[in-house]
Design a binder for this molecule. Sequence first.
Ligand SMILES: C[S@@+](CC[C@H](N)C(=O)[O-])C[C@H]1O[C@@H](n2cnc3c(N)ncnc32)[C@H](O)[C@@H]1O
Length: 229
Amino acid sequence: MKHRTFQGEVYQQQGDVYLNDGRENALLHFAYNHPKIERMRGNPKKVLEAIDEYARTQKSLMNIGPYKARTAAGGMRYFSLEINPEFGAVISMLVDLAGLRDIVTVVIGASSDSLKRLHSEGKLGRIDLLFLDHYKPAYTMDLKLCEELGLVGPGSVYVADNVVKPGNPPYLEYVSSTVEQKRRSSRNADRATLKGNPNLLYETEFIEGWEPSSEPDALEIARCIRVEE
Ligand SMILES: C[S@@+](CC[C@H](N)C(=O)[O-])C[C@H]1O[C@@H](n2cnc3c(N)ncnc32)[C@H](O)[C@@H]1O
């Protein structure tokens, strides 16, 4: 898909300060005081519509928006890894409102720590879909960590957001490298560097779209297609 015209309903302009100025709590009050609150209870679509309404009429949000929502549809069990406990509390209450408490677990902490802990506690096995939308330099490290822990393998799909704005060249390079290239760089890496599993081969797809603020951006979808021995 090429950048043609943005066809969604545009969010408020992002501006220089675009989070953590009280808007996350304000969103929660907006949702729970919404005139359609009773219709939102247990209805994820209606909760998303209210989030979008807040972002269109009040303040821009980094929410999942119409494009990302499509990538996250379906599934049996979700872990939402969030470093900021206040944001985590907001997420939990919106998940609760949507009636998804039984399938979504919000885990507070740095994603790498949470991944290690969930794995060591036996709570996280194979990841079918990994949605990366946090601290951009952490995408590659978290993916390599998942590879090393055996959390991903053939059949796993990763969706990485914001690969144009602000961009993430190291991540794009890693998922599009051949097994040979990855083996070579892992041989040359120092001991402190995460090596991942260089034997995993990915097929990638670059999907151009828009931020809900109508600025161009893209998702990179990587599918693990096989292990090369
Ligand atoms: C761009 S927002 C996206 C949030 C969500 N995916 C969405 O679309 O609404 C990035 C989020 O990642 C969180 N974050 C940043 N670094 C993190 C880390 N190392 N581990 C977990 N969460 C992190 C931030 O607090 C912020 O809530």
